[in-house]
Design a protein around this ligand. Structure first.
Ligand SMILES: [Zn+2]
Length: 501
């Protein structure tokens, strides 16, 4: 087994001094951390005499690699193309169903764009909740192959939905033209065949040690009971985590109040009744949760992935992070789609995690930098069921080294606070995934970056044309969706999730 010694860095330990972490040597054997030792330990000397690879880490912070617990690779090429639109209008431009089958080169390029940005920002694991259009083995294999090639850890799920129609459909005008109705309704799918497809992939695909399965209903409101129960059963049989979108938008809350009458109008109560709310389940977003639902998530041991960038950019409001923390819910962090957060950067997500909690209350909330770091590391690993997120013996060797000579760290008063409030990602120098160095001196070791930039350029000409065509074709629906959105935001939802200036 290959051996690696990361010598003399300050090693992040949430139970130690978070402002001035101790200097340690980290020994890696194969894909696991073998030991974390104080300088001068005889075991380190013994390893070094055996000529392992040595990374000199003096002046560096050795962090567990960040876990980006919510992401979608399918629309990564849309980065920077959209702004100032609410969720349902954004969806008109980005949903994979509007684009149909894409070229092999484009699928590879979009996976690599997202994954490379993750790695360069110190993210070693990404959860790709992938709508997989078309739902076929070729698209799945191309996607997983690109993740494997770049060397990032991926927890992959096929996002399933068998119920057509946008979440906001109940609030559309009654006199909606048929042409617009056809655009926003989409077509339903068959639960049994969707379940069979995923089950077949679990058996067929031989995953490398950097790849893992998860299961994803796209959202409870987008799935039949048959599909949700089938996924709960599959998760139990294969011991897989479930991650699903829950109460991301005000329209989803308004719709839940209408369709889950038997469960007090609560999507979360409905999930609990189906057995979908448990320790293996993580809810993405949860912006529009009420107190009762926060309590249910906590009492069932489920977790929540906070996605502050996309929540703000898509005008969905602010998730109740300080109350979720107070309830003891396992919190993770995600950067979500490149089409609505425009970056894969956990430093931005961690900063917003703290600042949004601060901006939601005139008094101390108890949400501090170490909470954001925990969500971005161990919380994400726990949510996705992977043995990572900490620099301790036995964990997967997923690490990132940050250069502490960068101006963000000068003067160095607190590693925890400066990581969250000062570092931008610029200091990320070395990234290790599963014991393999995938970024060295800020350069990928797995992919030729210049060649990839050229490949991407070649793909983008066609993609930009298709993006413009989808936007043109769906433009007629936008005014109706904006009117529906105004109806929703003026409706009585019982809670408020916007910061009022
Ligand atoms: Zn999402």
């Amino acid at each position: 087994m290959t051996r690696l010694v990361i010598r003399g860095g300050q090693v992040w330990d949430p139970a130690g001094d978070v402002h001035a972490p101790a200097v340690r040597d980290v020994l890696v054997e194969g894909n696991r951390i073998a030991a974390v030792l104080p300088p001068g330990d005889p075991l380190t000397a013994q390893w070094i005499s055996g000529t392992p690879e040595i990374i000199e880490a003096a002046g560096r912070l050795v962090m567990p690699g960040f876990v980006n617990a919510h992401f979608h690779s399918y629309d990564a090429l849309v980065k920077g193309l959209l702004e100032d639109m609410p969720f349902d209008v954004w969806a008109l431009h980005t949903q994979p169903a509007y684009y149909g089958k894409r070229s092999r080169a484009e699928i590879r390029a979009r996976v690599l764009v997202g994954a490379i940005e993750c790695l360069k920002n110190g993210i070693t694991t990404v959860q790709d909740m992938n709508s997989l259009v078309p739902q076929d083995e070729e698209t799945l294999d191309l996607t997983l192959a690109a993740f494997a090639e770049v060397g990032i850890r991926v927890v992959f799920s096929v996002a399933l939905r068998d119920v057509a129609a946008l979440d906001i459909a109940p609030f559309l005008a009654a006199d909606l033209p048929d042409s617009v109705r056809a655009l926003v309704e989409g077509t339903g799918r068959d639960a049994a065949s969707d379940l069979a497809f995923v089950e077949a992939q679990l058996a067929r695909v031989k995953l490398p040690s950097t790849q893992h399965w998860a299961l994803s209903p796209s959202g409870p409101q987008r799935c039949s009971t048959e599909l949700l129960e089938g996924l709960v059963d599959m998760a139990r049989r294969h011991r897989l985590p479930i991650t699903t979108h829950v109460l991301e938008t005000p329209a989803q809350r308004a719709k839940a109040q209408r369709v889950y009458g038997a469960h007090g109008g609560s999507m979360v109560r409905y999930m609990a009744a189906l057995g979908l709310l448990g320790p293996g389940t993580t809810l993405a977003h949860g912006v529009w949760l009420d107190e009762d639902e926060i309590g249910l998530i906590a009492s069932h041991g489920a977790g929540l992935v906070h996605n502050p960038m996309s929540n703000l950019k898509l005008k969905n409001g602010v998730a109740p992070i300080s109350r979720l923390k107070a309830a003891g819910v396992n919190l993770a962090l995600g950067c979500d789609n490149c089409s609505c957060g425009d970056c894969q950067n956990m430093f931005q997500a961690m900063k917003l995690f703290c600042l949004l909690a601060a901006g939601s209350d005139g008094n101390p909330t108890g949400v501090v930098a170490t909470d954001a770091i925990a969500a971005a590391t161990l919380g994400g690993a726990r949510a996705l069921g992977i043995e990572a997120g900490a620099v301790t013996a036995g964990k997967r060797a997923d690490l990132c080294l940050i250069d502490l000579s960068d101006i963000a760290w000068l003067p160095r008063n607190s590693v925890a606070r400066q990581m969250v409030y000062s570092e931008s990602g610029r200091g990320v120098e070395t990234v290790i995934v599963d014991g393999r160095v995938v970024v060295r001196n800020r350069k990928l070791t797995t992919i030729d970056e210049a060649a990839f930039a050229a490949e991407l350029g070649a793909v983008m000409e066609n993609f930009r044309n298709d993006f413009a065509q989808v936007s043109r074709a769906n433009a007629a629906a936008a005014p109706y969706l904006l009117a529906a959105n105004r109806r929703v935001t003026q409706a009585k939802l019982g809670i408020e999730k916007y910061l009022k200036a």
